[in-house]
Design a protein around this ligand. Structure first.
Ligand code: C2E
Ligand code: MG
Ligand code: MG
Length: 567
Protein backbone atom coordinates (compact mmCIF):
# COMPACT_ATOMS: atom_id res chain seq x y z
CA UNK A 1 0.00 0.00 0.00
CA UNK A 2 1.34 3.40 -0.91
CA UNK A 3 0.21 6.67 0.49
CA UNK A 4 1.72 10.07 0.88
CA UNK A 5 1.12 12.94 3.20
CA UNK A 6 -0.87 15.77 1.76
CA UNK A 7 1.50 18.68 2.14
CA UNK A 8 3.38 19.17 -1.12
CA UNK A 9 6.99 19.89 -0.40
CA UNK A 10 9.73 20.53 -2.89
CA UNK A 11 11.65 17.29 -2.44
CA UNK A 12 10.21 13.81 -2.13
CA UNK A 13 11.66 11.21 0.19
CA UNK A 14 10.42 7.64 -0.16
CA UNK A 15 10.49 5.64 3.08
CA UNK A 16 10.49 1.88 2.51
CA UNK A 17 10.05 -0.35 5.56
CA UNK A 18 7.74 -3.23 6.38
CA UNK A 19 7.39 -2.14 10.02
CA UNK A 20 4.72 0.47 10.50
CA UNK A 21 6.41 1.92 13.56
CA UNK A 22 9.58 2.59 11.59
CA UNK A 23 7.68 4.26 8.77
CA UNK A 24 5.88 6.44 11.31
CA UNK A 25 9.01 7.48 13.18
CA UNK A 26 10.94 8.36 10.03
CA UNK A 27 7.90 10.05 8.52
CA UNK A 28 7.55 12.29 11.56
CA UNK A 29 11.21 13.21 11.52
CA UNK A 30 11.24 14.12 7.84
CA UNK A 31 7.76 15.52 7.18
CA UNK A 32 8.64 19.09 8.08
CA UNK A 33 11.31 19.36 5.45
CA UNK A 34 10.18 16.98 2.73
CA UNK A 35 7.22 15.45 1.01
CA UNK A 36 7.21 11.92 2.40
CA UNK A 37 6.08 8.83 0.50
CA UNK A 38 5.83 5.32 1.96
CA UNK A 39 6.18 1.74 0.76
CA UNK A 40 6.09 -1.50 2.74
CA UNK A 41 8.31 -3.63 0.52
CA UNK A 42 10.72 -3.43 -2.39
CA UNK A 43 8.16 -4.04 -5.10
CA UNK A 44 5.95 -1.23 -3.84
CA UNK A 45 8.97 1.04 -3.69
CA UNK A 46 9.89 0.48 -7.34
CA UNK A 47 6.25 1.03 -8.37
CA UNK A 48 6.13 4.22 -6.36
CA UNK A 49 9.27 5.56 -8.00
CA UNK A 50 7.80 4.97 -11.44
CA UNK A 51 4.45 6.48 -10.50
CA UNK A 52 6.27 9.61 -9.41
CA UNK A 53 8.13 9.88 -12.71
CA UNK A 54 11.39 9.04 -10.96
CA UNK A 55 11.20 12.42 -9.25
CA UNK A 56 12.39 11.13 -5.88
CA UNK A 57 15.21 12.94 -4.08
CA UNK A 58 16.01 10.16 -1.63
CA UNK A 59 15.13 6.60 -0.77
CA UNK A 60 15.28 5.38 2.82
CA UNK A 61 15.44 1.65 2.36
CA UNK A 62 15.01 -1.17 4.83
CA UNK A 63 17.00 -4.28 3.94
CA UNK A 64 14.87 -7.10 5.40
CA UNK A 65 11.37 -6.99 3.93
CA UNK A 66 8.87 -9.48 2.51
CA UNK A 67 8.12 -9.73 -1.25
CA UNK A 68 11.32 -7.95 -2.30
CA UNK A 69 14.17 -7.08 0.03
CA UNK A 70 16.35 -3.96 0.01
CA UNK A 71 19.35 -5.60 -1.68
CA UNK A 72 17.22 -6.62 -4.62
CA UNK A 73 15.78 -3.10 -4.87
CA UNK A 74 19.30 -1.72 -5.12
CA UNK A 75 20.33 -4.34 -7.68
CA UNK A 76 17.38 -3.40 -9.84
CA UNK A 77 17.90 0.34 -9.42
CA UNK A 78 21.50 -0.08 -10.48
CA UNK A 79 20.38 -1.57 -13.77
CA UNK A 80 17.82 1.11 -14.51
CA UNK A 81 19.41 4.30 -15.86
CA UNK A 82 16.60 6.48 -14.52
CA UNK A 83 16.67 4.97 -11.05
CA UNK A 84 20.45 4.86 -10.80
CA UNK A 85 20.58 8.56 -10.03
CA UNK A 86 18.35 8.33 -6.95
CA UNK A 87 20.44 8.14 -3.77
CA UNK A 88 19.67 5.44 -1.24
CA UNK A 89 20.17 5.48 2.51
CA UNK A 90 19.94 2.00 3.93
CA UNK A 91 18.17 1.31 7.22
CA UNK A 92 19.89 -1.49 9.02
CA UNK A 93 20.47 -3.10 12.37
CA UNK A 94 23.33 -5.23 11.17
CA UNK A 95 26.77 -3.77 10.78
CA UNK A 96 27.82 -6.43 8.35
CA UNK A 97 25.11 -5.36 5.91
CA UNK A 98 26.47 -1.84 5.62
CA UNK A 99 29.47 -2.63 3.48
CA UNK A 100 27.43 -4.81 1.21
CA UNK A 101 24.91 -2.00 0.87
CA UNK A 102 27.69 0.43 -0.03
CA UNK A 103 28.99 -2.04 -2.58
CA UNK A 104 25.56 -2.02 -4.14
CA UNK A 105 25.65 1.73 -4.34
CA UNK A 106 24.01 2.94 -1.12
CA UNK A 107 25.08 6.47 -0.30
CA UNK A 108 24.77 6.11 3.47
CA UNK A 109 23.09 4.07 6.17
CA UNK A 110 21.06 4.72 9.29
CA UNK A 111 21.29 2.20 12.07
CA UNK A 112 18.35 0.76 13.94
CA UNK A 113 17.26 1.49 16.58
CA UNK A 114 17.16 4.93 15.02
CA UNK A 115 19.63 7.65 15.87
CA UNK A 116 18.52 11.05 17.10
CA UNK A 117 16.12 12.86 14.81
CA UNK A 118 18.70 15.57 14.07
CA UNK A 119 21.22 12.99 12.99
CA UNK A 120 18.78 11.39 10.57
CA UNK A 121 17.74 14.76 9.16
CA UNK A 122 21.35 15.84 8.74
CA UNK A 123 22.22 12.64 6.90
CA UNK A 124 19.23 12.90 4.60
CA UNK A 125 20.11 16.50 3.80
CA UNK A 126 23.74 15.69 3.21
CA UNK A 127 23.03 12.83 0.85
CA UNK A 128 20.53 14.88 -1.16
CA UNK A 129 22.98 17.77 -1.36
CA UNK A 130 25.80 15.52 -2.36
CA UNK A 131 23.71 13.91 -5.04
CA UNK A 132 22.33 17.17 -6.41
CA UNK A 133 25.72 18.80 -6.18
CA UNK A 134 27.17 15.87 -8.01
CA UNK A 135 24.82 16.47 -10.91
CA UNK A 136 25.64 20.15 -10.83
CA UNK A 137 29.36 19.70 -11.05
CA UNK A 138 28.71 16.69 -13.24
CA UNK A 139 31.44 14.77 -11.52
CA UNK A 140 30.70 11.11 -11.89
CA UNK A 141 30.44 8.86 -8.90
CA UNK A 142 31.75 5.87 -10.79
CA UNK A 143 34.74 5.61 -13.02
CA UNK A 144 33.53 4.74 -16.50
CA UNK A 145 36.34 2.27 -17.26
CA UNK A 146 36.10 0.11 -14.15
CA UNK A 147 32.86 1.01 -12.42
CA UNK A 148 34.86 1.71 -9.24
CA UNK A 149 34.32 4.95 -7.33
CA UNK A 150 35.96 8.16 -8.46
CA UNK A 151 38.28 9.89 -6.03
CA UNK A 152 35.93 12.27 -4.18
CA UNK A 153 33.16 9.77 -3.79
CA UNK A 154 35.53 7.05 -2.70
CA UNK A 155 36.94 9.16 0.11
CA UNK A 156 33.49 10.46 1.01
CA UNK A 157 32.27 6.92 1.55
CA UNK A 158 35.40 5.82 3.35
CA UNK A 159 35.09 8.77 5.71
CA UNK A 160 31.47 8.06 6.33
CA UNK A 161 32.06 4.41 7.13
CA UNK A 162 34.80 5.45 9.50
CA UNK A 163 32.76 8.18 11.12
CA UNK A 164 29.92 5.87 12.02
CA UNK A 165 32.02 2.86 12.89
CA UNK A 166 35.56 3.79 13.84
CA UNK A 167 35.86 0.48 15.67
CA UNK A 168 35.35 -1.60 12.56
CA UNK A 169 38.65 -3.15 11.54
CA UNK A 170 39.35 -1.78 8.07
CA UNK A 171 42.60 -1.78 6.07
CA UNK A 172 43.65 0.81 3.49
CA UNK A 173 45.32 -0.45 0.31
CA UNK A 174 46.90 1.26 -2.64
CA UNK A 175 47.57 -0.66 -5.83
CA UNK A 176 49.57 0.62 -8.75
CA UNK A 177 50.64 -0.59 -12.13
CA UNK A 178 54.37 -0.73 -12.82
CA UNK A 179 55.46 1.49 -15.71
CA UNK A 180 51.93 2.20 -16.88
CA UNK A 181 53.07 5.12 -19.03
CA UNK A 182 55.36 2.75 -20.90
CA UNK A 183 52.50 0.33 -21.51
CA UNK A 184 50.43 3.17 -22.95
CA UNK A 185 53.31 4.28 -25.09
CA UNK A 186 54.29 0.85 -26.34
CA UNK A 187 50.87 -0.65 -26.96
CA UNK A 188 48.58 2.36 -27.23
CA UNK A 189 45.98 3.94 -24.98
CA UNK A 190 43.24 1.49 -25.82
CA UNK A 191 45.39 -1.36 -24.64
CA UNK A 192 46.20 0.63 -21.49
CA UNK A 193 42.47 1.08 -20.87
CA UNK A 194 41.92 -2.64 -21.26
CA UNK A 195 44.64 -3.35 -18.69
CA UNK A 196 42.95 -0.95 -16.25
CA UNK A 197 39.60 -2.61 -16.89
CA UNK A 198 41.04 -6.06 -16.13
CA UNK A 199 42.58 -4.85 -12.88
CA UNK A 200 39.30 -3.18 -11.88
CA UNK A 201 37.41 -6.38 -12.51
CA UNK A 202 39.90 -8.43 -10.51
CA UNK A 203 39.56 -6.03 -7.58
CA UNK A 204 35.78 -6.29 -7.72
CA UNK A 205 36.00 -10.05 -7.71
CA UNK A 206 38.28 -9.89 -4.67
CA UNK A 207 35.78 -7.58 -2.97
CA UNK A 208 32.94 -9.97 -3.63
CA UNK A 209 34.58 -12.23 -1.06
CA UNK A 210 35.93 -9.58 1.28
CA UNK A 211 33.67 -6.73 2.19
CA UNK A 212 34.93 -3.36 1.10
CA UNK A 213 34.87 -0.61 -1.50
CA UNK A 214 37.37 0.49 -4.14
CA UNK A 215 38.15 3.53 -6.26
CA UNK A 216 40.36 4.33 -9.21
CA UNK A 217 42.07 7.62 -9.90
CA UNK A 218 45.09 9.08 -11.71
CA UNK A 219 44.98 6.46 -14.44
CA UNK A 220 46.56 3.51 -12.68
CA UNK A 221 46.05 4.09 -8.96
CA UNK A 222 43.51 1.85 -7.29
CA UNK A 223 42.59 2.26 -3.64
CA UNK A 224 40.72 -0.22 -1.52
CA UNK A 225 39.07 0.07 1.89
CA UNK A 226 38.19 -3.37 3.15
CA UNK A 227 37.73 -5.60 6.20
CA UNK A 228 41.05 -6.35 7.86
CA UNK A 229 42.86 -9.50 6.86
CA UNK A 230 46.35 -10.71 7.62
CA UNK A 231 47.50 -11.48 4.14
CA UNK A 232 46.90 -9.76 0.83
CA UNK A 233 48.86 -12.21 -1.28
CA UNK A 234 45.53 -13.62 -2.56
CA UNK A 235 44.54 -10.16 -3.85
CA UNK A 236 47.88 -9.78 -5.58
CA UNK A 237 47.51 -13.23 -7.08
CA UNK A 238 43.94 -12.52 -8.25
CA UNK A 239 45.10 -9.39 -10.06
CA UNK A 240 48.22 -10.97 -11.55
CA UNK A 241 46.30 -14.07 -12.67
CA UNK A 242 43.72 -11.91 -14.43
CA UNK A 243 46.47 -9.99 -16.19
CA UNK A 244 48.20 -13.22 -17.21
CA UNK A 245 44.95 -14.66 -18.54
CA UNK A 246 44.01 -11.55 -20.48
CA UNK A 247 47.48 -10.68 -21.82
CA UNK A 248 49.44 -13.94 -21.90
CA UNK A 249 52.21 -12.56 -24.06
CA UNK A 250 53.02 -9.44 -22.11
CA UNK A 251 54.60 -9.33 -18.71
CA UNK A 252 52.66 -6.87 -16.57
CA UNK A 253 53.42 -6.04 -12.94
CA UNK A 254 51.52 -4.37 -10.14
CA UNK A 255 52.56 -3.35 -6.66
CA UNK A 256 50.43 -3.11 -3.53
CA UNK A 257 50.90 -1.09 -0.35
CA UNK A 258 48.91 -1.99 2.75
CA UNK A 259 48.21 0.10 5.82
CA UNK A 260 46.58 -2.31 8.26
CA UNK A 261 43.97 -1.23 10.81
CA UNK A 262 45.66 0.09 13.96
CA UNK A 263 42.72 1.62 15.79
CA UNK A 264 44.34 5.04 15.85
CA UNK A 265 45.00 6.36 12.37
CA UNK A 266 42.37 8.25 10.40
CA UNK A 267 41.47 6.98 6.93
CA UNK A 268 43.13 9.73 4.89
CA UNK A 269 46.40 9.22 6.72
CA UNK A 270 45.97 5.47 6.36
CA UNK A 271 45.77 5.91 2.59
CA UNK A 272 48.82 8.19 2.60
CA UNK A 273 50.70 5.41 4.32
CA UNK A 274 49.35 2.75 2.01
CA UNK A 275 50.67 4.85 -0.87
CA UNK A 276 54.03 5.24 0.87
CA UNK A 277 54.22 1.45 1.23
CA UNK A 278 53.18 1.08 -2.40
CA UNK A 279 55.92 3.46 -3.52
CA UNK A 280 58.43 1.41 -1.58
CA UNK A 281 57.58 -1.56 -3.76
CA UNK A 282 58.17 0.41 -6.96
CA UNK A 283 60.30 -1.54 -9.38
CA UNK A 284 60.76 -4.44 -6.98
CA UNK A 285 59.16 -7.24 -8.94
CA UNK A 286 60.25 -9.82 -6.36
CA UNK A 287 58.45 -8.12 -3.46
CA UNK A 288 55.50 -6.23 -4.89
CA UNK A 289 53.50 -6.34 -1.65
CA UNK A 290 54.64 -3.99 1.12
CA UNK A 291 52.99 -3.47 4.50
CA UNK A 292 53.44 -0.16 6.29
CA UNK A 293 55.28 -0.89 9.55
CA UNK A 294 57.40 0.81 12.20
CA UNK A 295 60.50 0.78 10.04
CA UNK A 296 58.69 2.47 7.19
CA UNK A 297 57.19 4.93 9.64
CA UNK A 298 60.61 5.94 10.94
CA UNK A 299 61.93 6.32 7.43
CA UNK A 300 58.94 8.40 6.48
CA UNK A 301 59.45 10.70 9.45
CA UNK A 302 63.08 11.14 8.54
CA UNK A 303 62.10 11.97 4.97
CA UNK A 304 59.53 14.48 6.12
CA UNK A 305 62.17 16.14 8.24
CA UNK A 306 64.59 16.28 5.31
CA UNK A 307 61.96 17.85 3.05
CA UNK A 308 61.14 20.35 5.76
CA UNK A 309 64.81 21.18 6.34
CA UNK A 310 65.83 21.58 2.69
CA UNK A 311 65.26 25.33 2.49
CA UNK A 312 67.19 26.05 5.68
CA UNK A 313 69.97 23.77 4.51
CA UNK A 314 70.44 25.85 1.38
CA UNK A 315 70.28 29.14 3.27
CA UNK A 316 72.62 27.99 6.02
CA UNK A 317 75.09 26.39 3.62
CA UNK A 318 74.75 22.90 5.08
CA UNK A 319 75.36 21.41 1.64
CA UNK A 320 78.90 20.90 0.53
CA UNK A 321 80.34 19.53 -2.66
CA UNK A 322 82.94 16.77 -2.36
CA UNK A 323 85.16 15.64 -5.20
CA UNK A 324 86.28 12.13 -6.03
CA UNK A 325 89.18 11.70 -8.46
CA UNK A 326 89.19 9.65 -11.64
CA UNK A 327 92.58 8.33 -12.69
CA UNK A 328 93.81 7.20 -16.07
CA UNK A 329 95.35 3.84 -15.21
CA UNK A 330 96.95 3.25 -18.56
CA UNK A 331 99.54 5.87 -17.52
CA UNK A 332 102.31 4.91 -15.17
CA UNK A 333 101.91 5.99 -12.47
CA UNK A 334 98.13 6.56 -12.89
CA UNK A 335 97.28 10.08 -13.89
CA UNK A 336 94.73 12.30 -12.19
CA UNK A 337 92.46 13.63 -14.90
CA UNK A 338 89.02 14.31 -13.56
CA UNK A 339 86.80 14.73 -10.50
CA UNK A 340 83.21 13.79 -9.88
CA UNK A 341 81.28 16.34 -7.86
CA UNK A 342 79.20 14.60 -5.19
CA UNK A 343 76.90 16.36 -2.78
CA UNK A 344 77.14 16.04 1.00
CA UNK A 345 74.62 17.30 3.56
CA UNK A 346 75.99 18.21 6.97
CA UNK A 347 72.78 18.32 8.93
CA UNK A 348 72.98 20.16 12.28
CA UNK A 349 71.03 17.42 14.13
CA UNK A 350 71.38 14.32 12.00
CA UNK A 351 75.02 14.69 11.08
CA UNK A 352 76.32 13.68 7.67
CA UNK A 353 73.54 12.41 5.42
CA UNK A 354 74.41 10.39 2.37
CA UNK A 355 72.97 11.47 -0.98
CA UNK A 356 71.42 8.01 -1.30
CA UNK A 357 69.01 9.12 1.46
CA UNK A 358 67.89 12.42 0.01
CA UNK A 359 68.50 12.41 -3.75
CA UNK A 360 65.75 9.86 -4.55
CA UNK A 361 63.47 11.64 -2.08
CA UNK A 362 63.91 15.05 -3.70
CA UNK A 363 63.70 13.49 -7.13
CA UNK A 364 60.29 12.20 -6.20
CA UNK A 365 58.93 15.44 -4.78
CA UNK A 366 60.44 17.63 -7.48
CA UNK A 367 62.89 19.54 -5.24
CA UNK A 368 65.99 17.97 -6.70
CA UNK A 369 66.73 20.94 -8.94
CA UNK A 370 67.52 22.97 -5.79
CA UNK A 371 70.27 20.49 -4.92
CA UNK A 372 71.49 19.89 -8.45
CA UNK A 373 71.73 23.57 -9.32
CA UNK A 374 73.73 24.22 -6.19
CA UNK A 375 76.19 21.47 -7.12
CA UNK A 376 76.50 22.56 -10.75
CA UNK A 377 77.20 26.13 -9.71
CA UNK A 378 79.73 25.16 -7.07
CA UNK A 379 81.47 22.67 -9.33
CA UNK A 380 81.69 25.12 -12.23
CA UNK A 381 83.12 27.83 -9.98
CA UNK A 382 85.58 25.33 -8.47
CA UNK A 383 86.79 24.16 -11.86
CA UNK A 384 87.29 27.76 -12.89
CA UNK A 385 89.42 28.40 -9.77
CA UNK A 386 91.51 25.26 -10.40
CA UNK A 387 91.99 26.29 -14.03
CA UNK A 388 93.34 29.59 -12.83
CA UNK A 389 95.58 28.17 -10.10
CA UNK A 390 96.84 25.11 -11.97
CA UNK A 391 96.76 26.01 -15.67
CA UNK A 392 99.16 23.22 -16.60
CA UNK A 393 96.76 20.55 -15.45
CA UNK A 394 93.52 20.93 -17.30
CA UNK A 395 91.24 18.91 -15.05
CA UNK A 396 87.70 17.90 -15.90
CA UNK A 397 84.83 17.94 -13.45
CA UNK A 398 81.68 15.88 -13.82
CA UNK A 399 78.31 16.62 -12.26
CA UNK A 400 75.29 14.35 -11.95
CA UNK A 401 72.02 15.17 -13.69
CA UNK A 402 68.90 13.74 -12.09
CA UNK A 403 66.47 12.08 -14.41
CA UNK A 404 63.83 14.70 -13.67
CA UNK A 405 66.16 17.41 -15.02
CA UNK A 406 65.75 15.79 -18.38
CA UNK A 407 62.23 17.14 -18.53
CA UNK A 408 63.26 20.71 -17.75
CA UNK A 409 63.09 22.62 -21.02
CA UNK A 410 65.60 25.19 -19.74
CA UNK A 411 68.24 22.59 -18.80
CA UNK A 412 70.53 23.01 -21.82
CA UNK A 413 70.45 26.80 -21.62
CA UNK A 414 71.17 26.79 -17.87
CA UNK A 415 74.24 24.62 -18.31
CA UNK A 416 75.47 26.59 -21.32
CA UNK A 417 75.13 29.84 -19.32
CA UNK A 418 76.99 28.34 -16.40
CA UNK A 419 79.93 27.23 -18.53
CA UNK A 420 80.13 30.62 -20.22
CA UNK A 421 79.90 32.59 -16.97
CA UNK A 422 82.81 30.59 -15.58
CA UNK A 423 84.85 30.68 -18.82
CA UNK A 424 85.14 26.88 -18.95
CA UNK A 425 85.70 24.53 -21.86
CA UNK A 426 82.48 22.68 -22.57
CA UNK A 427 84.04 19.20 -22.83
CA UNK A 428 85.73 19.61 -19.44
CA UNK A 429 82.44 20.21 -17.65
CA UNK A 430 81.07 16.71 -18.00
CA UNK A 431 77.55 15.53 -17.32
CA UNK A 432 76.66 12.17 -15.79
CA UNK A 433 73.27 10.71 -16.61
CA UNK A 434 72.24 7.50 -14.91
CA UNK A 435 71.51 4.52 -17.11
CA UNK A 436 67.98 3.99 -15.75
CA UNK A 437 67.04 7.43 -17.06
CA UNK A 438 67.80 6.14 -20.55
CA UNK A 439 65.32 3.31 -20.19
CA UNK A 440 62.65 5.43 -18.48
CA UNK A 441 61.79 7.65 -21.39
CA UNK A 442 64.13 6.90 -24.19
CA UNK A 443 62.87 9.39 -26.76
CA UNK A 444 62.93 12.38 -24.45
CA UNK A 445 66.33 11.42 -23.12
CA UNK A 446 67.93 10.90 -26.50
CA UNK A 447 66.65 14.29 -27.54
CA UNK A 448 68.06 16.12 -24.49
CA UNK A 449 71.37 14.27 -24.58
CA UNK A 450 71.78 15.10 -28.27
CA UNK A 451 71.12 18.76 -27.60
CA UNK A 452 73.65 18.77 -24.74
CA UNK A 453 76.27 17.17 -26.97
CA UNK A 454 75.53 19.59 -29.80
CA UNK A 455 76.15 22.42 -27.34
CA UNK A 456 79.61 20.94 -26.74
CA UNK A 457 79.17 18.94 -23.52
CA UNK A 458 80.39 15.42 -23.01
CA UNK A 459 77.85 13.06 -21.53
CA UNK A 460 78.77 10.05 -19.40
CA UNK A 461 76.35 7.20 -18.92
CA UNK A 462 76.42 6.50 -15.18
CA UNK A 463 75.84 3.12 -13.49
CA UNK A 464 75.91 1.22 -16.77
CA UNK A 465 74.77 -2.37 -16.22
CA UNK A 466 72.70 -1.63 -13.12
CA UNK A 467 69.41 -1.57 -14.95
CA UNK A 468 67.85 -3.12 -17.97
CA UNK A 469 69.90 -1.68 -20.76
CA UNK A 470 71.47 -4.21 -23.03
CA UNK A 471 74.89 -4.27 -24.56
CA UNK A 472 73.60 -3.71 -28.08
CA UNK A 473 71.79 -0.58 -26.86
CA UNK A 474 75.19 1.01 -26.49
CA UNK A 475 75.74 1.48 -30.19
CA UNK A 476 72.55 3.50 -30.56
CA UNK A 477 73.12 5.69 -27.51
CA UNK A 478 74.59 9.14 -27.94
CA UNK A 479 77.21 9.05 -25.20
CA UNK A 480 80.85 10.01 -24.81
CA UNK A 481 81.90 7.99 -21.78
CA UNK A 482 80.60 4.83 -20.15
CA UNK A 483 80.69 4.47 -16.37
CA UNK A 484 80.48 0.82 -15.53
CA UNK A 485 78.35 0.03 -12.50
CA UNK A 486 80.18 -0.72 -9.29
CA UNK A 487 78.71 -4.21 -8.94
CA UNK A 488 80.94 -5.59 -11.71
CA UNK A 489 84.11 -4.37 -10.05
CA UNK A 490 82.98 -5.54 -6.63
CA UNK A 491 82.82 -9.11 -7.94
CA UNK A 492 86.06 -9.21 -9.92
CA UNK A 493 87.78 -11.53 -7.49
CA UNK A 494 84.84 -13.84 -6.86
CA UNK A 495 82.68 -13.99 -9.93
CA UNK A 496 84.05 -15.20 -13.28
CA UNK A 497 80.85 -14.15 -15.07
CA UNK A 498 81.28 -10.56 -13.97
CA UNK A 499 84.91 -10.69 -15.04
CA UNK A 500 83.80 -11.87 -18.47
CA UNK A 501 81.15 -9.17 -18.63
CA UNK A 502 83.73 -6.48 -17.84
CA UNK A 503 85.93 -7.77 -20.65
CA UNK A 504 82.96 -7.79 -23.01
CA UNK A 505 81.83 -4.28 -22.09
CA UNK A 506 85.39 -3.01 -22.54
CA UNK A 507 85.64 -4.73 -25.94
CA UNK A 508 82.43 -3.22 -27.22
CA UNK A 509 83.28 0.21 -25.84
CA UNK A 510 86.69 0.08 -27.51
CA UNK A 511 85.05 -0.87 -30.78
CA UNK A 512 82.71 2.12 -30.37
CA UNK A 513 85.67 4.30 -29.34
CA UNK A 514 83.95 5.11 -26.06
CA UNK A 515 86.21 5.43 -23.01
CA UNK A 516 85.12 3.48 -19.91
CA UNK A 517 85.30 4.53 -16.26
CA UNK A 518 85.26 1.67 -13.77
CA UNK A 519 83.64 2.80 -10.52
CA UNK A 520 84.10 1.37 -7.05
CA UNK A 521 87.69 0.19 -7.31
CA UNK A 522 88.81 -0.52 -3.79
CA UNK A 523 91.88 -2.74 -4.01
CA UNK A 524 95.02 -3.67 -5.88
CA UNK A 525 93.58 -6.86 -7.41
CA UNK A 526 90.64 -5.05 -8.95
CA UNK A 527 92.93 -2.38 -10.30
CA UNK A 528 95.31 -4.95 -11.79
CA UNK A 529 92.53 -6.77 -13.61
CA UNK A 530 91.12 -3.54 -15.06
CA UNK A 531 94.54 -2.41 -16.14
CA UNK A 532 95.19 -5.72 -17.83
CA UNK A 533 91.82 -5.51 -19.64
CA UNK A 534 92.78 -2.04 -20.84
CA UNK A 535 90.16 -0.08 -18.97
CA UNK A 536 91.04 3.61 -19.30
CA UNK A 537 89.72 5.30 -16.22
CA UNK A 538 89.15 4.29 -12.64
CA UNK A 539 87.30 5.88 -9.75
CA UNK A 540 87.18 4.40 -6.28
CA UNK A 541 88.30 4.33 -2.68
CA UNK A 542 91.57 2.74 -3.78
CA UNK A 543 92.68 6.17 -4.96
CA UNK A 544 90.51 8.34 -2.76
CA UNK A 545 87.08 8.68 -1.21
CA UNK A 546 85.12 11.78 -2.20
CA UNK A 547 86.81 14.66 -0.33
CA UNK A 548 86.28 18.42 0.16
CA UNK A 549 87.84 20.74 -2.44
CA UNK A 550 90.77 21.71 -0.19
CA UNK A 551 91.72 18.11 0.32
CA UNK A 552 91.34 17.37 -3.38
CA UNK A 553 93.94 20.02 -3.98
CA UNK A 554 96.52 17.83 -2.26
CA UNK A 555 95.91 15.26 -5.00
CA UNK A 556 96.38 17.97 -7.61
CA UNK A 557 99.67 19.07 -6.04
CA UNK A 558 100.87 15.48 -5.90
CA UNK A 559 100.00 15.04 -9.56
CA UNK A 560 101.90 18.18 -10.51
CA UNK A 561 105.05 16.82 -8.90
CA UNK A 562 105.03 13.69 -10.99
CA UNK A 563 107.25 13.70 -14.04
CA UNK A 564 106.05 11.12 -16.52
CA UNK A 565 106.37 10.23 -20.14
CA UNK A 566 102.93 10.58 -21.65
CA UNK A 567 101.71 7.29 -23.18
P1 C2E B 1 77.13 7.89 -8.51
O1 C2E B 1 76.97 9.09 -9.38
O2 C2E B 1 77.23 6.58 -9.19
O3 C2E B 1 78.39 8.19 -7.60
C1 C2E B 1 79.29 7.25 -7.18
C2 C2E B 1 79.03 6.80 -5.79
O4 C2E B 1 79.89 5.74 -5.48
C3 C2E B 1 79.33 7.87 -4.74
O5 C2E B 1 78.44 7.70 -3.67
C4 C2E B 1 80.72 7.48 -4.28
O6 C2E B 1 81.04 7.94 -2.99
C5 C2E B 1 80.61 5.99 -4.30
N1 C2E B 1 81.91 5.34 -4.44
C6 C2E B 1 82.95 5.78 -5.14
N2 C2E B 1 83.99 4.92 -5.05
C7 C2E B 1 83.58 3.90 -4.27
C8 C2E B 1 84.21 2.69 -3.81
O7 C2E B 1 85.37 2.38 -4.10
N3 C2E B 1 83.47 1.87 -3.04
C9 C2E B 1 82.19 2.17 -2.69
N4 C2E B 1 81.53 1.32 -1.93
N5 C2E B 1 81.58 3.30 -3.11
C10 C2E B 1 82.26 4.17 -3.89
P2 C2E B 1 77.66 8.89 -3.03
O8 C2E B 1 78.50 10.11 -2.99
O9 C2E B 1 77.06 8.36 -1.78
O10 C2E B 1 76.53 9.15 -4.10
C11 C2E B 1 75.55 8.21 -4.37
C12 C2E B 1 74.74 8.60 -5.55
O11 C2E B 1 73.98 9.78 -5.27
C13 C2E B 1 75.58 8.96 -6.76
O12 C2E B 1 75.93 7.80 -7.46
C14 C2E B 1 74.64 9.83 -7.53
O13 C2E B 1 73.76 9.06 -8.30
C15 C2E B 1 73.87 10.52 -6.46
N6 C2E B 1 74.41 11.88 -6.28
C16 C2E B 1 75.45 12.31 -5.55
N7 C2E B 1 75.60 13.64 -5.65
C17 C2E B 1 74.63 14.06 -6.49
C18 C2E B 1 74.22 15.34 -7.00
O14 C2E B 1 74.81 16.38 -6.74
N8 C2E B 1 73.14 15.37 -7.84
C19 C2E B 1 72.47 14.22 -8.18
N9 C2E B 1 71.44 14.33 -9.00
N10 C2E B 1 72.82 13.03 -7.72
C20 C2E B 1 73.89 12.95 -6.88
MG1 MG C 1 77.77 9.80 -10.95
MG1 MG D 1 77.92 5.82 -10.73
Amino acid sequence: MIHSNSILKHRRVLIVDDQEINRDVLGMILEDGYETLFATNGQEALDCIRQNDYDISLLLLDLMMPVMDGFEVMERMKKDPLMQAIPVIVLTSEKSAELKALQLGAADFITKPFDLAEVILARAERVIELCEGKELISSAEHDSLTGLYTRNFFYEYVNRLYLYHPEQKMDALSLNMEKFHMINELYGREFGDEVIRVIGKAILSFLSETQGIAGRFEADTFEIWCMHRDDYAPLLETVLASLRDSFPKISLHVRIGVMPFDGATEPLLMFDRARTACNRARGDYQNPLVVYDEKLKKKEHLQQQLIHDLQAAVEEKQFQVYYQPKYNIQCDPPKLCSAEALIRWKHPELGMISPGEFIPLFEENGMIHVVDKFVWKEAAAQLSRWDETYPTLPLSVSVNLSRSEMFDSTLVQQLVDLVKENHLDFPRFKLEVTESAYTDDEKQLLDVVSRLRNAGFEVEMDDFGSGYSSLNMLSSMPIDVLKMDMKFVRNIETNPTDRKLITLILDIARYLKTPVVAEGVENEAQLAFLKQEKCDLVQGYYFSRPVPAEEFEKLILKELQIKRNEP
